[in-house]
Design a protein around this ligand. Structure first.
Ligand code: HEC
Length: 194
């Protein structure tokens, strides 16, 4: 992850990992892929938010936890199929252990933390790279006030109890507004390198 190149108006960075891929300026194809990936991330974000809001309104946070647990993976699968890119979420402090980052994703998440510490707006942190035969894109997810009921520092006792029941390995509490909660991960296999 040596070469960072600003990616036009997208505000993303295209990174070419040294040793795995030739370094250089992003091609038009790579810029288009990054824009597509950003749209896919936004699609997942919007769909999850709508589902969460509906669940919170109907049954409150405890019921929404159950909905989130069942629906979040289905929504990701649907958006992946619609977009032709694999779309998921990850975090350095995951609630669901299935969302734990791999080594590459953890490195990007840590870089997001340093960029945020250096003053970048968490909402605009993104990262794109071609690694081997994959185009990979990550978009940071900041913690909003609406997230605190389930990811904040003080949870209602019934919410805490339900989380402990559903996610015995939960690490995803203690966040404050503006903290990086995690990131969307978008991966597309490249048949021909851009
Ligand atoms: C009603 C409770 C609830 C609220 C409110 C909520 N979440 Fe979550 N969140 C969950 C649950 C449950 C999971 C685990 C989903 C799964 O099993 O895949 C989760 C998982 C996540 C993940 C995936 C990584 C992980 O930790 O497993 C991210 C990222 C995330 N939430 C971000 C947010 C953001 C950002 C908000 C606010 C916009 C938010 N959440 C609001 C319950 C909630």
């Amino acid at each position: 992850m040596k070469h960072l190149v600003s990616l036009l108006s997208l505000g993303a960075s295209l990174v070419v990992c040294a040793g795995q891929e030739q370094a250089g300026t992003p091609t038009a194809d790579q810029a288009a892929l990054a824009a597509e990936a950003a749209t896919a991330a936004q699609g997942l974000g919007t769909a999850l938010k709508a589902e969460l809001e509906a669940a919170l309104q109907t049954g409150g946070a405890v019921a929404a936890l159950g909905v989130c647990r069942i629906k979040a993976p289905h929504i990701a699968t649907r958006i992946s199929a619609e977009r032709g890119m694999h779309v998921s979420r990850t975090s350095l402090k995951p609630r669901n252990p299935h969302n734990a980052p791999d080594v590459w994703q953890a490195e990007v998440l840590r870089e997001f933390e340093s960029r945020k510490a250096a003053g970048e707006d968490p909402a605009s942190l993104s990262y794109a790279a071609v690694v081997g035969n994959e185009f990979r894109f990550m978009q940071a997810i900041p913690t909003a006030p609406a997230c605190l009921a389930c990811h904040g520092e003080r949870l209602a006792p019934d919410v805490s109890a339900k989380i402990a029941e559903l996610y015995p390995q939960d690490q995803a509490t203690g966040f404050r507004q503006g903290d990086l909660r995690g990131a969307f991960v978008i991966v597309k296999a490249l048949s021909i390198r851009p």
